[in-house]
Design a protein. Sequence first.
Length: 545
Amino acid sequence: MSKSASYKDILLAHIQESCLYTDEDTLKLSSTGAVLEWIMDLRPLFLDPENLDLVTDAFWDMHEDKMPFQIAGMEVAAIPLVVALIMKGKARGIESNGIIIRKERKTTGLGKTYEGHFNDHPVVLVDDLINSGYSMDKARAVIDAEGKKIKSVFVVIDYEAYRGIEWRTQNNIDVNSLFKLEEFGLAVNANKATPLKYKYEILWRHYEKGAFPFNTVPKSTPLLVKDRIYMGTESGHMICVDAGSGEKLWDFDAQVSNHNKGIWSSPAHHDGKIYFGAYNGNMFCLNAQDGSLIWKNPSCEFIGSSPLIVPELGLLFIGLEYQRPRMMGSNAAMRLEDGARIWETGQKKYQHGSAAYYAPQELVIFGNADHNITAYEAKTGKPVWVHETERSLKYPCAVDEDLKLVVGTSFDGNIYGVHAETGMRIGAVQTEDICYTTPLITHGKIFAGSGDRRLYIIDANTFEVIETLNCHARVYSSPRLIGGNVVFGTNGGRIIELDPDSLDTVGFAQLPDTIPNAVSASEDGQTLYAATHMNELYAVKRIAL
């Protein structure tokens, strides 16, 4: 019997005895909460010194003649494997470098996406198994962001799942394994995933210093106007970037010295001007061409809300935040010409929410910190109707004028449907966590994300849930219709495209960090622009398969 055969016999027996759970008495849950017939957990294998020693011997027997390379793996399962591999390499006289990739960027200390130091060599990515390739793709995105490339992948078990094979084929990555899943008499659920229609290529990345890693909620959404992108940063700068090259064209310092959120307000554009608020309480209007200041309005203590511009009224609408005991916030209308305040209505709590507009009755509709959705006469600020909720709404509602429908998402976990002219409730869908997003109403459906890691798809006429999509990470990115598909990001750094009719996933792109904001696109829909919570802006090319 060969050495490799003896390795496999011993390891296979240990995996079957200690890592494979098929009994009915053990609760086995999928990521969607479904009960599984079997589950494989290889952590006991990596925590057993004798078996881990066999795995590392098998690895180096397969890879020793392929040096030089460095070894990387994603927490948690790969941590003992990476450590054991570099120690075994040392014992064999092989100098190797190890890196641990984090599932999410650390929110304290150095705020890193990985531990260790990359060198100049290509990377062998290791893990316990490969199924869909989801975690592998996240690791690949982190490695790519460091300018490194994956040479190959090593796993103990290759499930040979459809999505996993699709991932390695698209990225041209070889996968080496000790076992195939079929060697254990098992197979993944043959649910025949729909083939993807797109793959993606990062064209450029623009990075601004000063991000605060702890904040992984919606911030300043990039605004694409023709060939320019405008975006606020946590360093308190509004920047303008060339959409073709990623080169910064101008930089406006809002001088936010008293708050680490800087600029969370999403910029709005009208008539060659950019409008936004900052966390020093100032409302700004800039020349879109060169970033020069046109006017500044010292409005309150903080502005996290985003301006809504209604050109036909000559007004913008914004939420304001104060430090007053009885009025911590307000909703206000300002004149576009000079920022003069036209009307203002008080709120008891900080008003982070932003407005939507219902043109047939000239109503401006705010989701409020005071646990309600309120419609005001846009010209006067007079309340028309109020719809009570259980908690705050932090992001603008969506409005469909044909359906006379307002849809808002709340920190109480509900997706609310309200009649735009009366404020009467049409329906509500309860999710399992906070909702912090603007829904998309299209194709007779409502698409809305939740902190419970799902995208909810709701019938816009009946307000019944059609389907929920497990996104494996919080969904705060507001979905948009791009090139006929529903496109949104996740806190796992993934851009997802759905067919709005079939609800099939037709493509996904992986970035190294949280995507908390809506994704923008070029006019032809072939280039996507997405910002991460780290003041990074990416241009991603869509390529038809």
